[in-house]
Write a new protein. Sequence first.
Length: 75
Amino acid sequence: MTSIVTKKTAFSIHVCVPASWSDEQVIDFAESEWSCGTENGWQIRRQGDPLLYGNDERVPCRGHPKDKVHIVLDA
């Protein structure tokens, strides 16, 4: 399985990427798949953000729990 975008909205993007990727790699991938178009670009929704609803910043992928994580980025 390669990295994929799992959801896009006007102000967020959800990605499934290798667990070993750095934050910079995650942001670069998101920008390459769907350019944010804002001055600051995509920003990872951080641990403790109320919009994560108690979930972790990096959630293990159900289909590949050892290899991939799901991350939400905001515009």
